[in-house]
Ligand binder design. Structure first.
Ligand SMILES: NC(=O)c1ccc[n+]([C@@H]2O[C@H](COP(=O)([O-])OP(=O)(O)OC[C@H]3O[C@@H](n4cnc5c(N)ncnc54)[C@H](O)[C@@H]3O)[C@@H](O)[C@H]2O)c1
Length: 249
């Protein structure tokens, strides 16, 4: 049983892709530690259900419809968060999709879609939230990359390229904002049992993981919450890997 703290008391976070999987677990975790949370997602009923779950436990949350590939949606989402929750201290750029095919049969449409949702979204999000994050005086951005932003796998060219780009976009933004009170870090999950895995063979993923199991969304949420919180107050431009040992070899 994890002893919950109040690390996010008085803090406001926006979690993209917060309707499902790692984003949902992260929203619940931040709310459970006293933070007000905005769920930004294209899945409206599921996102509203996460808000209800947080409210039922006595927390504060709002849902905002946010297609992370739309600059207009980002402007609107940041405006809604600041007007309803008062400010924006923490941005978790978590929404993402993947491709699965070898490069030679990956269509340009697939490439463009994956890059838009997984990579361009992080650029748009940090740009849209820059002013309130700097105004916070203690801003924190956590960009969810992947272990596949560090190593290749032989397939999924758009996903690897996008997640690798998120890693360096994180570092350069961290340096740009280092004196402005905003930390920017990336988190790199291994195989986590969420809907993004679709019908991928779980046993194959487990066999490829030294710890011999898949990760859980709540385990990622714990790491993301640590990186977002003041417990990681001297970390910026850093990459935090939690992959059951995959990239250690
Ligand atoms: N599960 C894993 O094994 C794993 C491993 C490494 C990295 N990740 C990364 O973690 C992040 C979360 O993935 P997950 O595993 O929780 O998957 P998930 O499919 O459960 O959640 C992804 C969420 O993103 C949302 N989303 C998709 N397109 C969107 C858009 N255009 N605008 C707004 N929201 C959108 C979906 O509606 C969904 O709620 C992703 O960036 C993913 O690449 C996951």
């Amino acid at each position: 049983m994890i002893e919950m703290t109040n690390r996010f008391h008085g803090r406001v976070a926006l979690v993209t892709g917060g309707a499902s999987g790692i984003g949902k677990a992260t929203a619940l975790r931040i709310a459970s530690e006293g933070g007000a949370v905005a769920i930004g997602d294209v899945q409206e009923p599921a996102g509203i259900e996460v808000v209800s779950e947080i409210e039922r436990s006595g927390g504060k949350a709002v849902f905002v419809r946010l297609d992370v590939t739309s600059e207009q949606d980002w402007a609107n989402a940041v405006e809604v968060v600041v007007s309803t929750l008062g400010k924006l201290d923490i941005l978790i750029n978590n929404a993402g999709i993947g491709d699965t095919e070898p490069l030679e049969i990956t269509s340009l449409d697939t490439w463009n879609k994956v890059v838009a949702v997984t990579q361009t979204s992080v650029f748009l999000g940090m740009k849209a939230a820059a002013a309130p994050l700097k105004a916070s005086g203690n801003g924190s951005v956590v960009n969810i990359s992947s272990m596949y932003g560090i190593v290749g796998s032989g397939v999924s060219p758009a996903y690897h390229a996008a997640k690798g780009a998120v890693r360096l976009l994180t570092k350069t933004t961290a340096l740009g904002w280092a004196k402005e009170g905003v930390r920017v870090n990336s988190v790199h999950p291994g195989f986590i049992d969420t809907p993004i895995l679709g019908d991928t063979d779980r046993e194959m993923l487990i066999a490829g993981t030294p710890m011999g199991r898949l990760g859980r969304a709540d385990e990622m949420a714990a790491l993301i919450a640590f990186v977002a919180s003041d417990d990681a107050s001297f970390a910026t431009g850093s990459e935090f890997v939690a992959d059951g040992g995959v990239t250690a070899g």
